[in-house]
Design a protein around this ligand. Sequence first.
Ligand SMILES: [Ca+2]
Length: 173
Amino acid sequence: MVGSLPHTNSLTINALTVSDAGSYTVEISNGDGKLTSSAAEIQVRTIGSFSHWQSSHGITAPQEDPNQDGMSNLIEYALGTDPNTADPPNAPVMHLERVVGQIRLIADFDLSIDAVDSIVQVEGSNDLASLQWTPIENGTGGTILTRNEAHLTVSLPADQGRQFLRLTVSLKP
Ligand SMILES: [Ca+2]
């Protein structure tokens, strides 16, 4: 591939397609060998499109579960797992933590940084039989919800009796 380096500190290569995603070693040199660079490893990622992810994995519907691991394709997209391989699920990391004298349940969900068109929501219930799920909101009942590009973390008081959590995923319109 050929790019341009017009006396700036950045190099932009625009003529890429989604099939160019992958790992590369990049070295910069000029034609007469008088300029060279150290090698750099870079990753080119495909981001931001469930429809592209869907077609690249050969799947047809967001709610299907072709690898039968209990997670829909849409959940697999948001978590960055393979919808066709029965890998171990990208389960949340959960633990109890004492914070200022209070025992709290911490659930940390590892999210795909590429699924930028997904909307991830944690819902809670204290009774699985009722099928009543309530969105977990920051500040409600002492809940602390933090989110960054790659993680969604929920911190709940652990003295509220039995609690169940689930992850829901939808796509931005
Ligand atoms: Ca699945």
